[in-house]
Ligand binder design. Structure first.
Ligand code: UGY
Ligand code: MN
Length: 242
């Protein structure tokens, strides 16, 4: 038997062939695949949520964990503690701050990724607001001047947020311009296309559905290959001093 999945102390690649669902209290007709979590050494969790045929519901408590959602397929509604609800379709995203509990109700075909982590408050700053939108409405910027590697920053650049959720899209043959080695951690989901990810000294072929964890200072590089653009969604911690 073979899998592309690898879990090491500073990085991980979790391929869909190894997914095993978790059931959580209060979840109805919804399962979570905890692809990344503190159990592997990460500071964040990255959970893929899927729903049963007639839809289902997943509860995410406000125990000082903030949540950022991205909908790959289908539709979902995020109910907030105050009765408000946010409707998201494919490529929709939402940020829910740590003090706000939420419940996600999804359609049968919904694939929803949630990044979940402890909020790092900063003295003198209010907590970040509930924020949502659609990736198609977020303008991409050429990464370090390269028109063939385009970065979309989904959440506002605002120091109240301690995280960024971005989508990086590369034309075939485009690459990260250098091997990055940085303090910030990443959780990543391959959305489309294919490529090769360098993590520390190893090179991994990657494809849609793959999740990657890069610990702080994990040297990282990506090259897109194949006939169609490669894109990935990723989390990054920002705006807080070490
Ligand atoms: O934002 C980033 O650090 C990004 N360039 N990293 C990555 O794509 N692995
Ligand atoms: Mn990086």
């Amino acid at each position: 038997m073979h899998t592309r999945s690898v879990v090491s102390s500073r990085h991980a690649l979790i391929a869909p062939d190894g997914h095993v669902p978790s059931a959580f209290p209060g979840w109805e007709k919804a399962v979570g695949f905890v692809l990344l979590s503190p159990a592997m050494g990460a500071s964040l969790s990255q959970i893929l949520i899927t729903f049963q045929e007639d839809g289902g519901s997943a509860v995410l408590a406000a125990d000082q964990k903030e949540h950022a959602f991205y909908v790959e397929t289908g539709t979902c509604r995020i109910h907030l503690g105050d009765g408000e609800a946010i409707e998201l379709g494919a490529s929709g995203f939402a940020f829910i701050p740590a003090e706000t509990a939420c419940r996600v109700v999804g359609s049968a075909d919904a694939r929803v990724t949630v990044f979940r982590k402890d909020f790092e408050p900063l003295a003198g700053l209010e907590s970040p607001p509930v924020t949502f939108g659609h990736a198609n409405e977020v303008k991409g910027e050429p990464f370090l001047g390269n028109e063939r590697a385009v970065l979309q920053t989904l959440l506002p650049i605002d120091p109240r947020f301690d995280l960024a959720i971005n989508i990086f899209t590369y034309q075939p043959g485009a690459t990260l311009p250098f091997v990055e080695t940085h303090m910030m951690e990443h959780g990543l989901l391959m959305l489309s296309g294919q490529g090769v990810y360098r993590l520390e000294g190893a090179y991994y072929p990657v494809e849609p559905g793959d999740a990657i964890w890069m610990a702080p200072y994990c040297p990282q590089w990506f090259a897109a290959i194949g006939d169609v653009p490669a894109s990935y969604l990723y989390y990054k911690n920002i705006h807080r001093m070490p």
